[in-house]
Design a protein around this ligand. Structure first.
Ligand code: HEM
Length: 424
């Protein structure tokens, strides 16, 4: 087994800027030590193996999601035994509890509140909204010759898609758009609210609290009423706040992730004119193209677990309380699973087995929506342009690009992407 230079493997996954900006070299170097790597500076293991990642995500008996989305959250108790499952169950990890951090039945019941949203008819109606909204935005950007894709187009687009999915009333949509435009995007689950007295997510939350209260009082024939009146699987009625939290979590979970996927996909197209032409001529290739973008540059780098009890990952013994970084980005480039893993190749067999949307009980609830919304906006860009090019004025010439990625240990995505759009 090859050994990696000590200075790279000892970099801190959570704080080293070079790793936050570009994790792939780091992952490859720790992979040289095997599929599970014990960090030197922290009591954390990083998993880069494809099969090992799946094993952990499926093993909800031994691994908890308790610490999501904050992998370094402090345990409120001492670890004094080989089994901390009851202590974890008895405490909440974050101030605002999120479904992504729940385990077992608590998780199943919270997730069930999303059921009314993800029905085929709801998704179909949502897709019609996507098409119209994307078309309008793309036309506007083409008319002015270009745009900064991430903040001007991708972020507001995916946020409005979620607002539509949730059935935000038409008269409030512009207010939502204004909230998004006024502050840092609510998509980053770790985002602080610097410079803003009220975080955008909280502002949206207050709208939802009102909608749910009104619909419970006076039901209407709309999606919000279905959310408001949804029952838990045991027939009980959830607290209104639980419904609001589920709705708000969709903005948190589905915004940066999808917006950054649009950016990652578009960057690849601008850097590879031949590929762009191929997709332009045959738009049925878009879904396969997106799966390969998700594999090679999915917008969620990692998720986190904590061992509930002493267990094993592969041949490594894992004590109770050990924190685990499950790196989907690394698993998706594991050479034991993928031939020539660093090569971009449309049409790989069983490509949908990639882990960009996770696996198991917490598999991304919004995956069908994410796939649809990114495919739709790509299609609209092809419809209205003859060429999409990276702005050299902002990013420099080929071979000497200046591209800024968000410094995040969760999200892989561009801070901005300036493109020039040539009308068709
Ligand atoms: C490209 C876009 C997206 C990516 C890469 C992505 C990725 C993920 C991943 C990896 C997880 C699993 C986390 C874990 O196992 O701990 C997850 C969970 C989740 N995602 Fe997504 N996501 C995307 C878009 C969306 C959208 C658009 C929505 C909703 C509209 C959404 C809603 C959710 C929800 C609700 C969960 C939590 C599921 C649970 O805990 O049961 N995601 N996502």
């Amino acid at each position: 087994m090859a050994t990696a230079p000590a200075e790279t493997v000892e970099k801190d996954y959570f704080t080293d800027l070079s790793v936050l900006l570009d994790p792939y070299e780091y992952f490859e170097q720790i992979r040289a030590h095997g599929p599970i790597y014990q960090m030197k500076s922290r009591d954390v293991v990083v998993v880069t193996g494809f099969q090992e990642s799946i094993d952990i995500l499926l093993n909800t008996r031994d691994f908890s999601s308790w610490l999501n989305p904050d992998p370094l959250a402090k345990l409120p108790f001492e670890i004094t035994s080989d089994d901390i499952s009851e202590q974890l169950d008895a405490t909440s990890s974050t101030n605002i509890e999120l479904m992504v951090s729940y385990d077992g039945e608590k998780h199943t019941t919270a997730r069930s509140l999303l059921n009314p949203l993800f029905t085929p008819s709801r998704l179909k109606a949502n897709e019609e909204f996507m098409r119209d909204y994307a078309d309008e935005m793309v036309r506007e950007m083409v008319a002015k010759g270009g745009c900064e894709l991430i903040n001007e187009v991708a972020t507001p687009y995916v946020t409005m898609v979620i607002a539509d999915l949730l059935g935000v009333p038409a008269e409030d949509r512009e207010k939502f758009r204004a909230i998004i435009d006024s502050g840092p995007p609510p998509g980053n689950m770790n985002a602080g609210d610097e410079g803003q007295s009220v975080h955008p997510l909280m502002m949206m939350g207050s709208f939802f609290a009102r909608y749910i209260a009104e619909r419970r009082e006076t039901p209407q024939d709309d999606v919000m009423t279905e959310m408001a009146l949804a029952k838990y699987p045991d027939g009980s009625t959830p607290d209104a706040m639980e419904v609001v939290k589920s709705a708000m979590f969709l903005f948190a979970a589905g915004q940066d992730t999808s917006a950054k996927l649009i950016g990652n996909a578009m960057r690849r197209l601008t850097e590879d004119p031949e590929l762009q032409q191929q997709l332009r001529e045959d738009r049925s290739l878009i879904p396969g193209f997106l799966e390969e973008v998700l594999r090679l540059e999915g917008s969620t780098k990692a998720t986190f677990r904590i061992a509930k009890r002493k267990t094993m990952i592969g041949d490594m013994e894992i004590p109770a309380g050990k924190r685990v970084v499950v790196s989907m980005s690394a698993a998706n480039r594991d050479p034991r699973r993928w031939d020539d893993p660093n090569e971009f190749r449309i049409g790989r067999p069983k490509i949908k087995e990639h882990l960009a949307f996770g696996r198991g009980a917490h598999t991304c609830a919004g995956a069908p929506l994410a796939r649809a919304e990114v495919a739709v906006i790509m299609d609209r860009f092809f419809e209205h342009t003859s060429s999409i090019d990276l702005s050299e004025q902002h990013h420099g010439p080929k071979g000497d690009r200046r591209i800024d990625y968000e410094p995040s240990y969760i999200i892989r995505g561009l801070a901005n992407l300036h493109v020039e759009l040539t009308p068709r």
